[in-house]
Design a protein around this ligand. Structure first.
Ligand SMILES: [Zn+2]
Length: 291
């Protein structure tokens, strides 16, 4: 079953009649429908390198195992739902923002709520953005995406007393100077982020790490990515809400320069389907202990 908010998101539920488990996967950065009012100075072909392309497809099997899969349809270079809504660089805005902004380290790198550049020196805009247009992006995209994610997490939590959430991303194979690690650093296959053990129970991070290692991946935890706004808002392990961020290195499944799937795609997609099955088994066992 599929629920669509046009231009904003698509939610895949487990097929009708299939048993559900309290598991939600979300892919906030794989959207590739560029809104007409973007007003970027760069062509879409240049903007696409900011996408976590194909990540929604890598996890497409999750609903078959009883989980919900939520995916954004808009691009992350338009507005980034993995940032706080006030993490805005004031230098991007025409005039005064109506309340105090809190630009953080991500805005400093040029990758706040509204992204400044695609790569070092490759600026998205040749103009400033009006307060009204940014407020519209927040209301139409950011708030609706977060409402849908929170709704899915709340429903699962209400029905089962707990929920396990995997926030799915991809990362460039090599750091580029707009990333937390030094430019030129080669990344491990997969980086898990639980905000240093605060966004989910340690056993959940361990389960995902050990499952992926069994599949042959090299897995790092909280380095260089600790998890950002989505797992920060969603995770509350003391209340049975467990959120973990997963970053998969792009060259494992795509050609980063050509922006197409590569020969590794099928293997990674099969592995992520098996990971979804393992997470659903884990959640089924853990929530049965609560009920
Ligand atoms: Zn991402």
């Amino acid at each position: 079953m599929m629920h669509i908010v046009p231009g904003v998101l698509v939610r895949h539920d487990s097929p009708r009649g299939a048993p559900t488990v309290p598991v939600v996967f979300d892919s906030p950065h794989s959207g590739r429908f560029y809104p007409e009012d973007f007003g970027a100075a760069l062509p879409v072909v240049a903007l696409r390198s900011a996408e976590d392309a194909f990540v929604d497809e890598l996890f497409a099997a999750a609903p078959d195992h009883g989980a919900v899969l939520l995916a954004a349809l808009f691009p992350r270079s338009y507005i980034d739902v993995n940032r706080a809504p006030d993490d805005i660089d004031p230098r991007l805005i025409e005039g005064e923002w109506p309340v105090a902004l809190k630009p953080g380290p991500k805005s400093e790198l040029g990758i706040g709520l509204i992204r400044r550049a695609i790569a070092p020196g490759l600026f998205i805009y040749d103009r400033k953005l009006s307060v009204v247009e940014v407020e519209k992006r927040i209301a139409r995209y950011w708030r609706r995406y977060h409402a849908a994610l929170k709704g899915a997490l709340d429903r699962a939590h209400r029905a089962h007393g707990a929920v396990w959430h995997v926030d799915c991303h991809s990362m460039k194979s090599v750091a580029n100077g707009m990333t937390p690690d030094a430019a030129g650093t080669r990344r491990p296959d997969i980086v898990l982020g639980d905000r240093d053990g605060t966004s989910c129970e340690p056993a959940f991070t361990r389960l995902v790490k050990e499952t992926l290692e069994r599949f042959g991946f090299q897995v790092a935890v909280n380095d260089p990515y600790k998890g950002a706004e989505i797992v920060r808002r969603s995770g509350d392990p003391a209340r049975g809400r467990h959120s973990l961020q997963v970053e998969i290195r792009r060259d494992l499944f795509m050609n980063e320069a050509m922006h197409v799937r590569n020969e590794g795609f099928a293997r990674v997609q099969a592995a992520m389907g098996d990971l979804a099955a393992a997470v659903c088994d884990y959640a089924r066992t853990r929530s049965a202990a609560i009920e």
